[in-house]
Structures are given as structure tokens and as C-alpha cells.
Design a protein around this ligand. Sequence first.
Ligand code: UDP
Ligand code: MG
Length: 222
Amino acid sequence: MAPTRPQTKQLKAPDEPVPLLSQEDATVIFVLGGPGSGKGTQCANLKKDYGFVHFSAGDLLREEQDRPGSEFGERISNDIKEGKIVPMEITVQLLKNSIWDTIQKEGVRKFLIDGFPRKMDQALKFEETVCPSKFTLFFDCPEDVMQKRLLKRGETSGRADDNEESIKKRFKTFVETSLPVVEHFEKEGRVVKVSAVPGPDEVYEDVKKKLEEWGMKPESKK
Ligand code: UDP
Ligand code: MG
């Protein structure tokens, strides 16, 4: 006897996921670049001049790791040391909560999401369930420059991953897993690329110029 097949007419198509926010509700800019490329430094500049709220995915993960009672603490701490990507459900949820809280409490709707998305699954999940990004600001930097900066930062940062062994692993993850995300958005014409090799001031001048091409101006000059 032929096996009974499921009755397709009884099956319901799954609901399409709808993002929490549309591009009209909020401006989201992803900020990517290898470890030590200067994402955090440039985000601080943009926060000051453009009125963005700045969320670093790495900082949110470190906060969650240190939160007493977190069920994810050990997993996060291990992944960070190994330069691996923490499972996307954790990071996307942390970002979603932070964005939603900010909109509720402060009414600000402009966000820089620093160090995220580092893997294709995160990129798709975030844009599907939280908010589609306007573009990705990408800081392009050769590894030898980044390594020098990270080792220098490691002298004072207290970060568990600013050491030679972790840095090597982070570079590998960046090339194999995170660069494809940049390439994906590039194909869609949604990448703003800046060279991160010069000093911070010169890089920022370039960032401002390129944001202007996207119709974004510092708040004081509005
Ligand atoms: N991380 C992650 N998912 C993210 C962002 C960060 O798993 O979406 C982890 C990953 O292990 C990474 C570490 O957090 O190596 C540090 O990220 P951070 O952005 O703080 O480092 P940076 O690139 O700024 O040096
Ligand atoms: Mg950073």
C-alpha cells in the first residue's frame, strides 16, 4: 500500500516575517570592517555630529556575557575568545531590544549598528525581522595595519580577544564569513566604502563626504 501523503490542502503557508520597523520608521546603518579598522572611533564621531544612536554588537554581547544570571554568558565568552560568531539569535535579539527601547524612551530613530552583521544569516534575519538597513559603511583596511592597532589597543583594553592568537582567528573569520556580507550588499549597491588606513581625522572627512552623497548631513549644518 502506498504511504499516506500529507493532505496539502490542510497545510497553511507560513506567515511572511515582517520587520519590526520599516525604512520610513527608522534609519539603520550597518558599520563593518575588520577588527581594528576603526569602526568604534568613527561611530563616536558620527554619533556626536549626526545624532545617531550607536550600538556595538560586540559591546552588547560583552554586556550580556557579564550580566549575572545570563544563560548565554559562557557561550559568548568562549566564542569571543575564539573569534567565532555568536549564534545570531542572541545578537539579533540584543540589538532588537536595544533599538526598540531607544525608540520608546528617547524617540531617536537613527542607528549605527557597529560590527554587525558579520555573517550572512544575521544580515538576512535582521533585515527580515528588525529593520532593513539603508546602507553598510565599510572600513577597508589591510591586516598588517589592523594587527598593529589591535596589539596597541590590547595594552589597555582589557579585552580577552586583543592578543595575537585571538587576532589571527578574528582575521580568518572576517575574511571567510564577514566579507561575503559586504559583497552581498555591494551587489545591491548598498555599500559605502572608505579607506581606513589614514589617521582618524582624515578617515572621518572621507566618511562625511560620502554620507553627503547619500543625502546625510551633520545636524548642526541642517
Ligand atoms: N561578535 C559576534 N557577533 C556579532 C558581533 C560580534 O559574535 O554580530 C563577537 C565575535 O566573536 C567578535 C567579537 O564579538 O570577534 C568582538 O566584536 P567587536 O565588534 O567588539 O570587535 P571589533 O571588530 O570592534 O574589534
Ligand atoms: Mg569595535
